[in-house]
Design a protein around this ligand. Structure first.
Ligand code: FE2
Length: 219
């Protein structure tokens, strides 16, 4: 029977959810190149498919573009996935493929609550973000403009939580900055709050889709 690790005093931490937030170094030039690629790609997508590139995310793979900055970003994502799996304690070979798409959020744009089925891990890299002083000063700050929120998959775990017991916060909210990379299990529900700025909020999201090996079967 599968069990969680128990310490000598009989305590174990059940149902962990690992989340990665890291800043990639020296991203200014890369972000300029990525922004240009995203906006060029948006025009081409609209002309060829008559759809919006952000909502039509499954019909494309942004990482298939043959460009040095895409190669750089893919290598950063693959390194982060490898680090994540290592932190999970997986000591066997895991193979995966990446599928990516850009998100273009102009004033008022947001993404409703969702998760990413048929994927193992999901993540986002932030290319351009409105700064705090570029966000409407008159906007209600409880709208959390530009932030992304992740929600506890154990839906009612906070219901009777008391101070310091670790179950109080059902929401983990991040206001990303340019150059930030986030990575989480694909089953986690999340949403993106509205962009209340005239500046672009640009990001590249990706799915980490496992390529099957029998080693993955829990024993
Ligand atoms: Fe998402």
């Amino acid at each position: 029977m599968p069990t969680f690790e128990t310490d000598p005093n009989g305590f174990s931490r059940l149902w962990p959810t690992l989340f990665l937030q890291r800043e990639l170094p020296n991203t200014t030039a890369a972000n300029q190149a990525l922004q240009q690629l995203i906006l060029e790609r948006e025009v081409g997508h609209r002309e060829s498919k008559a759809t919006d590139i952000t909502s039509d995310y499954l019909s494309q793979d942004f990482f298939s573009i043959d460009h040095p900055v895409i190669g750089w970003l893919k290598s950063c994502v693959n390194k982060s996935v490898s680090d994540y799996l290592g932190e999970q304690g997986l000591d066997y070979q895991v193979d995966w493929a990446l599928q990516a798409w850009p998100n273009i959020n102009r004033r008022g744009d947001y993404h409703n609550l969702h998760n990413h089925p048929r994927s193992y891990l999901s993540g986002t890299y932030y290319v351009a973000m409105p700064t705090r002083d570029q966000i409407d000063a008159t906007a209600r700050q409880d709208l959390n403009p530009g932030s992304i929120s992740f929600f506890d998959p154990r839906a009612q775990a906070n219901m009777l939580a008391i101070k310091d017991d670790g179950q109080v916060e059902a929401e983990h909210r991040v206001l990303p900055t340019e150059g930030m990379l986030l990575l989480w299990p694909s089953f986690i529900h999340h949403l993106v709050h509205p962009n209340l700025s005239d500046e672009l909020r640009l990001s590249i999201s990706f799915n980490v889709v496992l390529q099957w090996r029998d080693d993955y079967l829990p024993s």
